[in-house]
Design a protein around this ligand. Structure first.
Ligand code: ARG
Length: 629
């Protein structure tokens, strides 16, 4: 079995919390668990910011400018695949060669000659050229140690805060209400939450928007059906009833023409603010939001009631959207409807595809609301970057909305509109994930099942846990597994939902990373060493495994920058997985507690750095670490 129970026994599950976190496991948002202090804090002075990878990249580019007058477009440096060749590899010579019409190797040679004149003296030990023109750089031991010390002393692990913070709105989760949350809401919620965390950590000003679908045509049929069956608005209804209600209403809507017509009229009266409709509608919404919040709490996402800016919020702003588009000369009439014709979009017949702004019955639709929302976000909230985390099937919708917004000049030219599309979740049969009976998979069921499975394994593995701790650890592991399986997947691709795989302790999974963290905790417990009392000045890098770990740690700032730009959390997942694997290799080769001083302290500090990096990285993905599992 590839579950948690296939544990590799060494180094964890040491019962007893006494020397470990005093306030239990650490939680997202809460202060990290503290260790019992036995020696005075050595981490006192605020450390310099350290982004070693960018720093070295700057030298290479400076050398290129001095040798050739330019450095070309950015071509990010990578960690060398084989440490034999060096620590980093710079590949800019290929592209520069093309641009300058020269052989990449000549370019590399010219750059390498200039390298000694840039950067701090003694920082580079060795520079070589390989293959068609890759430049391999090996940092000096003293430079690596000095920078590693600085990273160790940095609360942000060397990750700088952006100089100019961007005002970002992230539109995510955004379910259509009056239906229970289901598997179709999982990806936007998880991915959006990770994006919010990364951008916030980077220093951007981030506003979360839950663009709830609380105003669509589905409410016409729901309300009409409720009225038909004489729904008692004073009694309590659970979302379970609502689900059933939705199905009944939908069935009638699809089969009874008269009902369909009444449902349509009901939407119009609701949107016009008719009292009876509004009162019933509010009840439906309240019940749905209560249910939604339960699911969010279970998932540990950041979304709160304050983040809800639902479709209905924009209702008063819709008529002016139509008027202003007309004044801007972007609006046309097509079959009685008011539309725009975004350039380059065609229907199956090859005719221009309209974006409907006002329907022929005077009603407004999904697109109109998005136009109003983007206006509100830029004009009223001052957003400079709007991020829409919505599945890839809505790509065309967003491109057409964006075109219209630009054409009407409703968003500032320096603001970006980004649709962040993602693929589908598949079942093991490679078809869209459904229940065994072919129904919609409820989110509470999926999350509950993951936690139950995690709990079984934990109970078997660590029988000493008290009930509260076992439940908490199972929650961190189960929910973490679901999130990580989603985030580690290349965003745009579909993926297969598989409990066994996501809960496996081996491979690129969240339990693997959480377990790496736990193993480091247990070293400190076993050695009775307080992490806060480690002496920074002792960090040394002698063994290749130590150096590999150091170089990997230096990659953290640039991976966070790359996730911020691409909005692809899997890059951070890959980074953490790589780091954890290198830690594993280090642990196999380099004794920690048995090493003589000062090596012992140095290695403990390195372990601590890895643990802090894993914890930060996982928290940015919305995943909790625990001190034992
Ligand atoms: N409620 C929509 C749906 O379920 C998603 C909304 C996404 N955000 C937006 N601004 N359109 O498909």
């Amino acid at each position: 079995m590839r579950g948690l129970s296939a544990a590799n026994g060494a180094g964890f599950a040491v019962p007893g919390w006494d020397l470990c976190a005093r306030n239990g496991v650490s939680r997202i948002g809460a202060k990290p668990a503290r260790w019992v202090l036995t020696r005075p804090l050595a981490r006192a002075k605020p450390p310099p910011v350290v982004d070693v990878k960018s720093e070295v990249e700057t030298w290479v580019r400076a050398a290129a400018v001095s040798a050739l007058g330019q450095a070309g477009d950015t071509d990010p440096m990578v960690r060398s695949a084989d440490p034999k060749f060096g620590d980093f590899q710079a590949n800019l010579a290929m592209r520069l060669g093309k641009q300058l019409g020269k052989k990449p190797r000549e370019i590399s040679e010219a750059i390498v000659q200039q390298l000694p004149s840039v950067g701090p003296a003694g920082a580079l030990d060795e520079v070589s050229i390989a293959g068609p023109g890759f430049i391999n750089l090996r940092l000096s031991k003293s430079f690596v140690e000095q920078r590693l010390n600085a990273m160790f002393g940095s609360d942000r692990l060397g990750v700088p805060t952006v100089e100019h913070s961007t005002n970002v709105v992230v539109d995510y989760s955004s379910p259509n209400l009056a239906k229970e949350m289901h598997i179709g809401h999982l990806r936007s919620t998880i991915i959006g939450d990770a994006i919010v965390r990364v951008l916030s950590f980077r220093g951007d000003t981030v506003t979360r928007h839950n663009h709830l679908g609380d105003w669509g045509t589905q409410f016409g049929m729901l309300l009409e059906h409720l009225i038909d069956i004489g729904w008692d608005s004073s009694s309590d209804h659970s979302i379970g009833d609502l689900n059933e209600l939705y199905q009944l209403a939908k069935a009638r809507f699809d089969t009874e023409p008269d009902f369909k017509e009444r449902a349509r009229r009901r939407v119009v009266s609701l949107q016009a603010g008719e009292e009876q409709s509004l009162a019933l509608w509010r009840q439906l919404i309240d019940e749905s939001v209560r249910h939604m919040n339960d699911v969010y709490a279970m998932m540990g996402v950041l979304l709160r009631d304050e983040d809800i800016v639902p479709e209905s919020f924009y209702n008063p702003r819709l008529p002016v959207v139509v008027e202003d588009l007309r004044s801007a000369g972007v609006l046309f009439e097509s079959q009685g409807a008011q539309v725009t014709f975004p350039e380059g979009f065609k229907n199956k017949e090859g005719d221009p595809l309209p974006l409907i702004v006002q329907k022929n019955d005077g009603g407004y639709g999904y697109a109109t609301t998005d136009l109003a929302a983007a206006r509100f976000r830029t004009a009223d909230l001052g957003a400079k970057r709007i991020v829409y985390v919505v599945d890839s099937r809505q790509s065309e919708h967003f491109q057409m909305v964006f075109w219209t917004l630009r054409k009407a000049a409703w968003v500032p030219a320096d603001a970006t509109l980004e649709h962040v599309p993602f693929g589908m979740i598949l079942g093991k049969d490679k078809k869209p994930f459904r229940t065994r009976e072919g129904g919609t998979v409820r989110l509470v069921d999926v999350l509950g099942e993951a936690v139950t499975r995690a709990r079984k394994v934990i109970d078997a593995k660590v029988p000493g846990f008290d009930e509260a701790t076992a439940a908490d650890v199972a929650n961190a592991v189960g929910i973490g597994a679901v999130k990580y399986a989603d985030l580690s997947n290349e965003r745009i691709k579909d993926y297969t939902f598989d409990y066994d795989r996501m809960l496996a302790l081996e491979g690129n999974t969240s339990p693997y990373l959480q377990n790496a963290y736990v193993r480091i905790c247990s070293i400190f417990r076993k050695g009775e060493v307080a992490r806060d009392a480690l002496d920074v000045s002792t960090l040394q890098v002698n063994e290749p495994a130590e150096r590999a770990l150091a170089i990997a740690l230096f990659g953290l700032p640039s991976v966070i920058e790359s996730v911020s730009a691409s909005l692809e959390p899997h890059r951070l997942c890959n980074y953490l997985y790589d780091l954890a694997s290198l830690y594993h290799a280090f642990y196999e080769r380099c004794p920690v507690l048995k090493a003589p001083e000062p090596l012992r302290s140095s290695r403990l500090a390195l372990c601590d750095l890895v643990a802090r990096t894993l914890r930060l990285g996982l928290e940015l993905l919305g995943i909790r670490v625990v001190e034992q599992m």
